[in-house]
Each structure stands twice: as C-alpha cells, then as structure tokens.
Design a protein around this ligand. Structure first.
Ligand SMILES: Cc1cc2nc3c(=O)[nH]c(=O)nc-3n(C[C@H](O)[C@H](O)[C@H](O)COP(=O)(O)OP(=O)(O)OC[C@H]3O[C@@H](n4cnc5c(N)ncnc54)[C@H](O)[C@@H]3O)c2cc1C
Length: 152
C-alpha cells in the first residue's frame, strides 16, 4: 500500500567542517558527518568516534588537546567515508531506462566476474583499528588494538 511507504530525505555532509570540536564541546556521529547509507557506515563511524573519544577524553586528560586530537583522527577518515558513500549513492539515483538497464547489466556482470568487488568498497574502512589502546583494553590491562584476542 503506497500510503504506508515511509519517505525520508537522506542528507550528507556537503563540505567538511573545520573541526569536530570547539572549546569543550565535540560532535560525533550523524551530527557532524551525516552520510548516505550506501556503504552501511553511518552507525559504524559513530561507534569509531565513540571509541576514539573515550580513549582520548580520559578523566585526567587535557581536554582541549584531547578534542583537537579527536578532530585530527576522525575528520579526514569520516569525510573520506562520506564521499565514498556519496559516490556509490549517485549510482542509485539514475532514473532513465537506458541508464538503469546499463546499471543492472554492470552489476550482474561484476557480481559474476569479480564477486569480491563490492567488498572492495570497504577497503581501508572495515579493517580500522584505533591508534592506541582502547578505553576497554586500558581498563582490562595490557591488551591493545594491535594485539586482538584470537577469536576477534
Ligand atoms: C536507510 C538507512 C540505512 C542505514 N544502514 C546502516 C548500516 O547498515 N550500518 C550503519 O552503520 N549505519 C547505517 N545507517 C546510518 C545510521 O543509522 C546512522 O548513521 C546512526 O544512527 C547515527 O547515529 P547517531 O547516534 O549519530 O545519531 P542518531 O541515531 O540520529 O541518534 C540521535 C538521537 O538523538 C535524539 N535527539 C535529537 N534531538 C534531541 C534533543 N534535542 N534532545 C534529546 N535527544 C535528541 C534522536 O531522537 C536520536 O535518538 C543507515 C541509515 C539509513 C537512513
């Protein structure tokens, strides 16, 4: 039933902000890097933000330095993901019949010839590790991101 179809606009960060923080306030997640859902990364990037923020803004940290470092680590990475999602999203907005037919053929051929191509869109994204020990690792002692547990 068309009346039950939910239609929401999708928004994406038009341009990178100068920083993800000002003074003692930092933004994370969709509030600062909204992206199209085409890579399934909006929530993932918000979680990465939270991991880094928890790591840097420790109770004894210099907050100004911590938030500046948060911007340094997170702004370029998330904006890269925003642009990559946007590029893929553009393909989904094609409307003309010939363009849609071409897209369908390309998708089918790609899936058959190079099945892992779709996953390559996540190169450099899905293998992310925090730069230092995570908050959780710190509280547990010695485990760091560079030394994941065997089952991870
Ligand atoms: C169709 C679609 C598919 C997606 N698929 C994926 C996926 O597969 N993987 C993925 O990682 N991400 C996906 N995402 C993106 C993901 O949903 C978002 O990036 C993520 O939810 C952002 O989290 P957030 O906490 O930053 O913001 P939100 O989830 O928007 O949370 C903000 C919260 O703040 C509340 N709020 C707002 N104003 C106020 C106020 N004044 N006072 C108190 N509370 C307030 C809101 O009600 C909301 O609960 C998808 C998004 C869409 C639209």
């Amino acid at each position: 039933d068309p009346a039950t179809v939910l239609r929401n606009d999708v928004r994406t960060a038009a341009a990178p902000p100068p920083a993800f923080h000002r003074g003692r306030v930092a933004l994370l997640g969709d509030a600062v890097h909204p992206m199209t859902p085409n890579l399934g990364q909006g929530g993932c990037q918000a979680i990465e933000d939270a991991v880094v923020l928890a790591q840097l803004a420790a109770p004894d940290a210099d907050l100004a330095a911590a938030l500046a470092e948060f911007t340094r680590q997170r702004l370029p990475r998330t904006m890269d993901v925003v642009r990559r999602a946007e590029r893929i999203g553009r393909l989904t907005t094609w409307r003309s019949r010939p363009a849609c037919a071409l897209r369908a053929v390309l998708m089918a051929a790609t899936a058959r010839l190079t099945p892992d191509l779709a996953l390559r869109a996540l190169d450099g994204i899905a293998d992310w590790r925090p730069e230092g020990p995570t908050y959780a690792a710190g509280t547990r002692g010695t485990r760091t991101a560079a030394q994941p547990k065997e089952h991870e």
